[in-house]
Design a protein around this ligand. Structure first.
Ligand SMILES: [Zn+2]
Length: 149
């Protein structure tokens, strides 16, 4: 299970729609808790392949190293990454199946149609099966404004 805050889901939607028709991508910084992976920060990254469009993404390694360092300093880690399908559904494509290198990372895929986000879904590479397993994505309820923080 992976948990997102409502504001993080809104941010992903905005980033995907702002980048359209190019493909946005980035990292998820958070914690692997017993019950779920908790995302603490959505970190947009440069997509080195965004000029080619059509489900090609490669996170700029400089961005990744910077994110890793900062995550570590905060007691966090990179728990996954996200990318959009500017003209496709929120499920892994053939291209994605060819890029399953890190089984410990969760993939968030943002599906789009006509420039609008139609859904976000989470997956984890199953390198044995050569395919992705679906991961439950939970958007937390907004915080109760009266509760102490
Ligand atoms: Zn993809």
């Amino acid at each position: 299970m992976i948990r997102l805050k409502p504001a993080q889901a809104v941010l992903l939607r905005r980033l995907a729609e702002a980048a359209h028709p190019k493909e946005c991508c980035g990292l998820l910084i958070g914690r692997r808790l017993e019950a779920a992976t908790q995302v603490d920060e959505i970190r947009p990254c440069r997509n080195l392949l965004d000029k080619e469009c059509q489900d090609r993404f490669e996170i700029d390694p400089t961005d990744r190293f910077a994110a890793m360092r900062q995550a570590r300093a905060m007691g966090r880690e990179i728990v996954g990454h996200y990318h959009a399908h500017p003209q496709g559904p929120a499920r892994p494509s053939e291209t994605d199946r060819g890029m399953m290198y890190e089984p410990e990372l969760i993939w968030l895929i943002i599906g789009m149609q006509k420039g609008q986000v139609e859904g976000i879904a989470a997956f984890r590479p199953n390198t044995e099966a050569g395919d992705f397993d679906a991961v439950l994505l939970v958007i937390e309820a907004p915080d109760d404004q009266n509760s102490p923080s």
